[in-house]
Design a protein around this ligand. Structure first.
Ligand SMILES: C[S@@+](CC[C@H](N)C(=O)[O-])C[C@H]1O[C@@H](n2cnc3c(N)ncnc32)[C@H](O)[C@@H]1O
Length: 296
Protein backbone atom coordinates (compact mmCIF):
# COMPACT_ATOMS: atom_id res chain seq x y z
CA UNK A 1 0.00 0.00 0.00
CA UNK A 2 1.30 3.47 -0.85
CA UNK A 3 1.90 5.64 2.25
CA UNK A 4 2.20 9.41 2.17
CA UNK A 5 4.53 11.19 4.60
CA UNK A 6 1.66 12.66 6.60
CA UNK A 7 -0.10 9.36 7.06
CA UNK A 8 0.12 7.92 10.55
CA UNK A 9 1.16 4.27 10.46
CA UNK A 10 0.22 2.46 13.71
CA UNK A 11 3.36 1.08 15.39
CA UNK A 12 3.77 -2.54 16.45
CA UNK A 13 0.32 -3.30 15.03
CA UNK A 14 0.92 -7.05 14.60
CA UNK A 15 2.21 -7.33 18.19
CA UNK A 16 -0.73 -5.29 19.53
CA UNK A 17 -3.17 -7.64 17.79
CA UNK A 18 -1.27 -10.68 19.03
CA UNK A 19 -1.06 -9.65 22.69
CA UNK A 20 -4.38 -7.83 23.07
CA UNK A 21 -6.04 -10.52 20.93
CA UNK A 22 -9.34 -8.71 20.20
CA UNK A 23 -12.37 -10.96 19.85
CA UNK A 24 -15.81 -10.30 18.37
CA UNK A 25 -18.10 -8.66 20.92
CA UNK A 26 -15.35 -7.24 23.17
CA UNK A 27 -15.23 -3.67 24.46
CA UNK A 28 -12.29 -1.36 23.70
CA UNK A 29 -10.75 1.70 25.35
CA UNK A 30 -8.13 3.57 23.32
CA UNK A 31 -6.45 6.15 25.57
CA UNK A 32 -4.42 7.79 22.80
CA UNK A 33 -6.57 7.19 19.74
CA UNK A 34 -4.71 9.70 17.54
CA UNK A 35 -5.68 9.15 13.93
CA UNK A 36 -7.35 5.82 14.67
CA UNK A 37 -4.83 3.40 13.15
CA UNK A 38 -4.86 0.91 16.02
CA UNK A 39 -8.55 1.56 16.69
CA UNK A 40 -9.49 0.67 13.14
CA UNK A 41 -7.64 -2.65 13.25
CA UNK A 42 -8.98 -3.56 16.69
CA UNK A 43 -12.57 -2.58 15.91
CA UNK A 44 -12.40 -4.62 12.70
CA UNK A 45 -12.02 -7.60 15.04
CA UNK A 46 -14.31 -6.68 17.95
CA UNK A 47 -17.01 -5.47 15.50
CA UNK A 48 -18.46 -3.45 18.41
CA UNK A 49 -17.95 0.30 17.76
CA UNK A 50 -20.76 1.02 20.24
CA UNK A 51 -18.60 -0.57 22.97
CA UNK A 52 -15.55 1.57 22.13
CA UNK A 53 -14.31 4.71 23.86
CA UNK A 54 -11.61 6.71 22.07
CA UNK A 55 -9.65 9.35 23.98
CA UNK A 56 -7.24 12.03 22.77
CA UNK A 57 -6.17 15.37 24.19
CA UNK A 58 -5.64 16.84 20.71
CA UNK A 59 -8.73 18.43 19.12
CA UNK A 60 -7.42 17.69 15.59
CA UNK A 61 -7.21 13.98 16.42
CA UNK A 62 -10.74 14.02 17.86
CA UNK A 63 -12.00 15.65 14.62
CA UNK A 64 -10.23 12.96 12.60
CA UNK A 65 -12.00 10.26 14.65
CA UNK A 66 -15.51 11.46 13.65
CA UNK A 67 -16.18 8.34 11.54
CA UNK A 68 -15.84 6.16 14.64
CA UNK A 69 -18.36 8.36 16.47
CA UNK A 70 -20.73 7.98 13.50
CA UNK A 71 -20.52 4.22 14.04
CA UNK A 72 -21.44 4.62 17.72
CA UNK A 73 -18.08 4.98 19.46
CA UNK A 74 -17.71 7.46 22.33
CA UNK A 75 -15.06 10.16 21.78
CA UNK A 76 -13.47 11.96 24.74
CA UNK A 77 -11.41 15.10 24.15
CA UNK A 78 -9.48 14.95 27.43
CA UNK A 79 -6.08 13.92 28.70
CA UNK A 80 -6.02 10.23 29.56
CA UNK A 81 -5.81 10.79 33.32
CA UNK A 82 -8.98 12.86 33.49
CA UNK A 83 -10.67 10.51 30.97
CA UNK A 84 -9.72 7.49 33.11
CA UNK A 85 -11.00 9.14 36.30
CA UNK A 86 -14.25 9.92 34.52
CA UNK A 87 -14.63 6.30 33.33
CA UNK A 88 -13.72 4.83 36.74
CA UNK A 89 -16.39 7.05 38.31
CA UNK A 90 -18.91 5.66 35.79
CA UNK A 91 -17.89 2.13 36.88
CA UNK A 92 -17.24 1.03 33.30
CA UNK A 93 -14.84 -1.86 32.45
CA UNK A 94 -13.12 -2.84 29.19
CA UNK A 95 -11.84 -6.07 27.63
CA UNK A 96 -9.08 -4.32 25.68
CA UNK A 97 -7.21 -1.15 26.66
CA UNK A 98 -4.41 0.43 24.63
CA UNK A 99 -2.17 3.45 25.29
CA UNK A 100 0.22 4.30 22.43
CA UNK A 101 2.10 7.13 24.13
CA UNK A 102 3.66 10.34 22.86
CA UNK A 103 3.13 12.45 19.79
CA UNK A 104 1.60 11.45 16.46
CA UNK A 105 3.18 11.84 13.04
CA UNK A 106 0.95 14.87 12.24
CA UNK A 107 2.35 16.59 15.37
CA UNK A 108 5.89 16.12 14.07
CA UNK A 109 5.08 16.83 10.43
CA UNK A 110 3.18 20.11 10.98
CA UNK A 111 5.75 22.83 11.59
CA UNK A 112 3.19 25.13 13.23
CA UNK A 113 2.70 22.67 16.12
CA UNK A 114 6.30 23.41 17.14
CA UNK A 115 7.42 19.86 18.02
CA UNK A 116 10.12 19.43 15.39
CA UNK A 117 13.50 21.07 15.00
CA UNK A 118 13.72 19.85 11.41
CA UNK A 119 11.30 22.56 10.26
CA UNK A 120 10.92 26.09 11.56
CA UNK A 121 7.77 26.90 13.52
CA UNK A 122 6.51 28.65 16.65
CA UNK A 123 7.69 27.11 19.95
CA UNK A 124 4.38 25.53 20.90
CA UNK A 125 4.60 21.75 21.64
CA UNK A 126 1.14 21.55 23.24
CA UNK A 127 -0.73 18.37 22.37
CA UNK A 128 -3.88 20.06 23.66
CA UNK A 129 -3.90 23.55 22.19
CA UNK A 130 -6.54 24.72 24.68
CA UNK A 131 -4.01 24.44 27.53
CA UNK A 132 -2.20 27.67 28.45
CA UNK A 133 1.35 26.41 29.12
CA UNK A 134 3.37 26.16 25.90
CA UNK A 135 7.08 25.80 25.09
CA UNK A 136 7.48 29.56 24.48
CA UNK A 137 6.46 30.19 28.11
CA UNK A 138 8.82 27.52 29.47
CA UNK A 139 11.79 28.67 27.39
CA UNK A 140 11.28 32.40 27.99
CA UNK A 141 10.11 32.55 31.63
CA UNK A 142 11.55 29.59 33.60
CA UNK A 143 14.76 30.35 35.49
CA UNK A 144 18.03 28.65 34.59
CA UNK A 145 17.75 26.15 37.45
CA UNK A 146 14.30 24.96 36.43
CA UNK A 147 15.36 24.69 32.79
CA UNK A 148 18.44 22.70 33.80
CA UNK A 149 16.28 20.32 35.88
CA UNK A 150 13.85 19.82 32.98
CA UNK A 151 16.67 19.13 30.51
CA UNK A 152 18.39 16.73 32.92
CA UNK A 153 15.30 14.85 34.14
CA UNK A 154 13.22 14.72 30.99
CA UNK A 155 15.93 14.82 28.34
CA UNK A 156 18.74 13.02 30.21
CA UNK A 157 20.85 15.78 28.65
CA UNK A 158 24.46 15.69 29.97
CA UNK A 159 24.96 19.37 29.02
CA UNK A 160 21.80 20.54 30.76
CA UNK A 161 23.44 23.40 32.67
CA UNK A 162 25.26 24.84 29.64
CA UNK A 163 22.14 24.69 27.48
CA UNK A 164 19.94 26.20 30.22
CA UNK A 165 22.29 29.19 30.57
CA UNK A 166 22.54 29.63 26.80
CA UNK A 167 18.73 29.69 26.58
CA UNK A 168 18.44 32.32 29.32
CA UNK A 169 21.06 34.52 27.63
CA UNK A 170 19.51 34.25 24.18
CA UNK A 171 15.95 35.28 25.19
CA UNK A 172 13.53 36.07 23.70
CA UNK A 173 13.33 32.79 21.73
CA UNK A 174 10.27 32.40 19.52
CA UNK A 175 10.91 29.62 17.03
CA UNK A 176 12.00 25.98 16.93
CA UNK A 177 14.87 26.89 14.58
CA UNK A 178 16.17 29.57 16.95
CA UNK A 179 16.18 27.12 19.84
CA UNK A 180 17.81 24.35 17.78
CA UNK A 181 20.55 26.79 16.68
CA UNK A 182 21.19 27.91 20.28
CA UNK A 183 21.63 24.30 21.41
CA UNK A 184 23.81 23.39 18.43
CA UNK A 185 26.07 26.41 19.08
CA UNK A 186 26.96 25.25 22.62
CA UNK A 187 27.55 21.61 21.72
CA UNK A 188 31.18 20.61 21.18
CA UNK A 189 31.82 20.24 17.43
CA UNK A 190 32.97 16.65 17.98
CA UNK A 191 29.49 15.74 19.26
CA UNK A 192 27.59 17.64 16.56
CA UNK A 193 29.68 15.98 13.83
CA UNK A 194 29.84 12.47 15.27
CA UNK A 195 26.27 11.93 16.37
CA UNK A 196 23.62 10.75 13.92
CA UNK A 197 20.92 12.55 15.92
CA UNK A 198 20.50 16.34 15.99
CA UNK A 199 22.23 17.93 19.02
CA UNK A 200 18.89 19.45 20.09
CA UNK A 201 17.02 16.10 20.20
CA UNK A 202 17.21 15.74 23.99
CA UNK A 203 16.31 19.40 24.58
CA UNK A 204 13.19 19.12 22.42
CA UNK A 205 12.16 15.86 24.12
CA UNK A 206 12.60 17.42 27.56
CA UNK A 207 10.56 20.54 26.75
CA UNK A 208 7.79 18.49 25.17
CA UNK A 209 7.53 16.25 28.24
CA UNK A 210 7.46 19.30 30.54
CA UNK A 211 4.86 21.21 28.50
CA UNK A 212 2.52 18.20 28.35
CA UNK A 213 3.32 16.86 31.85
CA UNK A 214 3.72 13.50 30.15
CA UNK A 215 5.45 11.44 32.84
CA UNK A 216 3.25 12.53 35.75
CA UNK A 217 0.08 11.83 33.77
CA UNK A 218 1.38 8.37 32.86
CA UNK A 219 2.44 7.57 36.45
CA UNK A 220 -0.93 8.64 37.86
CA UNK A 221 -2.96 6.89 35.13
CA UNK A 222 -1.45 3.39 35.14
CA UNK A 223 -3.20 2.19 38.35
CA UNK A 224 -6.52 3.41 36.91
CA UNK A 225 -5.96 1.53 33.66
CA UNK A 226 -5.53 -1.80 35.46
CA UNK A 227 -8.65 -0.99 37.50
CA UNK A 228 -10.59 -0.40 34.27
CA UNK A 229 -9.89 -3.92 32.95
CA UNK A 230 -12.67 -6.48 33.07
CA UNK A 231 -11.86 -10.04 34.17
CA UNK A 232 -9.70 -11.54 31.41
CA UNK A 233 -9.14 -8.04 29.95
CA UNK A 234 -5.80 -7.07 28.33
CA UNK A 235 -3.92 -3.78 28.66
CA UNK A 236 -1.07 -2.79 26.32
CA UNK A 237 1.16 0.26 26.63
CA UNK A 238 3.55 1.38 23.89
CA UNK A 239 6.31 3.72 25.05
CA UNK A 240 8.91 5.60 23.01
CA UNK A 241 11.75 6.38 25.40
CA UNK A 242 13.38 4.88 28.46
CA UNK A 243 11.76 7.31 30.94
CA UNK A 244 8.27 6.19 29.91
CA UNK A 245 9.23 2.54 29.64
CA UNK A 246 10.70 2.55 33.15
CA UNK A 247 7.40 3.85 34.58
CA UNK A 248 5.36 1.22 32.70
CA UNK A 249 7.74 -1.61 33.64
CA UNK A 250 7.61 -0.64 37.33
CA UNK A 251 3.82 -0.24 37.40
CA UNK A 252 3.34 -3.64 35.76
CA UNK A 253 5.85 -5.27 38.14
CA UNK A 254 3.87 -3.82 41.08
CA UNK A 255 0.55 -5.32 39.98
CA UNK A 256 1.61 -8.34 37.95
CA UNK A 257 4.71 -9.58 39.71
CA UNK A 258 5.44 -13.21 40.53
CA UNK A 259 3.13 -13.19 43.58
CA UNK A 260 0.59 -16.03 43.33
CA UNK A 261 -2.12 -13.61 44.55
CA UNK A 262 -1.32 -10.90 41.95
CA UNK A 263 -4.42 -9.58 40.19
CA UNK A 264 -2.72 -9.36 36.84
CA UNK A 265 -0.30 -11.42 34.85
CA UNK A 266 2.43 -10.13 32.55
CA UNK A 267 1.92 -11.12 28.92
CA UNK A 268 5.31 -9.74 27.85
CA UNK A 269 8.28 -10.91 29.95
CA UNK A 270 10.41 -8.52 27.89
CA UNK A 271 9.15 -5.51 25.97
CA UNK A 272 8.18 -6.26 22.37
CA UNK A 273 10.06 -4.17 19.78
CA UNK A 274 9.63 -3.62 16.05
CA UNK A 275 10.86 -6.19 13.55
CA UNK A 276 13.44 -5.14 10.95
CA UNK A 277 10.70 -5.42 8.35
CA UNK A 278 8.46 -2.94 10.23
CA UNK A 279 11.34 -0.47 10.56
CA UNK A 280 11.73 -0.36 6.78
CA UNK A 281 8.28 1.19 6.26
CA UNK A 282 7.86 2.84 9.69
CA UNK A 283 11.12 4.28 11.09
CA UNK A 284 9.09 5.90 13.91
CA UNK A 285 8.75 2.40 15.42
CA UNK A 286 12.52 2.38 16.07
CA UNK A 287 12.23 3.15 19.78
CA UNK A 288 8.75 1.69 20.39
CA UNK A 289 8.31 -0.87 23.19
CA UNK A 290 5.10 -2.73 23.94
CA UNK A 291 4.36 -4.17 27.39
CA UNK A 292 1.09 -5.93 28.14
CA UNK A 293 -0.78 -7.48 31.10
CA UNK A 294 -3.95 -9.52 31.47
CA UNK A 295 -6.37 -9.38 34.41
CA UNK A 296 -6.89 -12.82 35.94
C1 LIG B 1 1.34 7.90 18.97
S1 LIG B 1 -0.12 8.79 18.76
C2 LIG B 1 -1.36 7.54 18.74
C3 LIG B 1 -1.61 6.99 17.39
C4 LIG B 1 -2.74 5.97 17.32
N1 LIG B 1 -2.48 4.81 18.12
C5 LIG B 1 -2.98 5.58 15.89
O1 LIG B 1 -2.76 4.42 15.53
O2 LIG B 1 -3.39 6.46 15.11
C6 LIG B 1 -0.37 9.42 20.35
C7 LIG B 1 -1.64 10.24 20.53
O3 LIG B 1 -1.86 10.33 21.92
C8 LIG B 1 -2.28 11.60 22.26
N2 LIG B 1 -1.86 11.77 23.64
C9 LIG B 1 -0.60 11.79 24.14
N3 LIG B 1 -0.61 11.94 25.46
C10 LIG B 1 -1.92 11.98 25.83
C11 LIG B 1 -2.59 12.10 27.08
N4 LIG B 1 -1.90 12.25 28.21
N5 LIG B 1 -3.93 12.09 27.09
C12 LIG B 1 -4.63 11.94 25.93
N6 LIG B 1 -4.06 11.85 24.71
C13 LIG B 1 -2.72 11.86 24.67
C14 LIG B 1 -1.59 12.52 21.29
O4 LIG B 1 -2.34 13.70 21.10
C15 LIG B 1 -1.55 11.66 20.02
O5 LIG B 1 -2.64 11.93 19.18
Amino acid sequence: MHQTLNEHIPVLLEAVLQYLNPQAGESYLDLTAGYGGHAQAILARTKQPMEATLVDRDANAIKALADFANQGATLLHRDFLSASEHIVAADQKFDIILADLGVSSPHLDNAERGFAFAQDGPLDMRMDQTQTLDATTVVNTYDAQDLERILREYGEEPRARTIAHAIVEARPIDTTQQLADIVRAVMPKSISNRSKTHPATRTFQALRIAVNDELELLRASLPLWTELLSKGGRLGVISFHSLEDRIVKQAFADVAGDRYDADLQLLTKRPVVASRQELVFNPRARSAKLRAVVKK
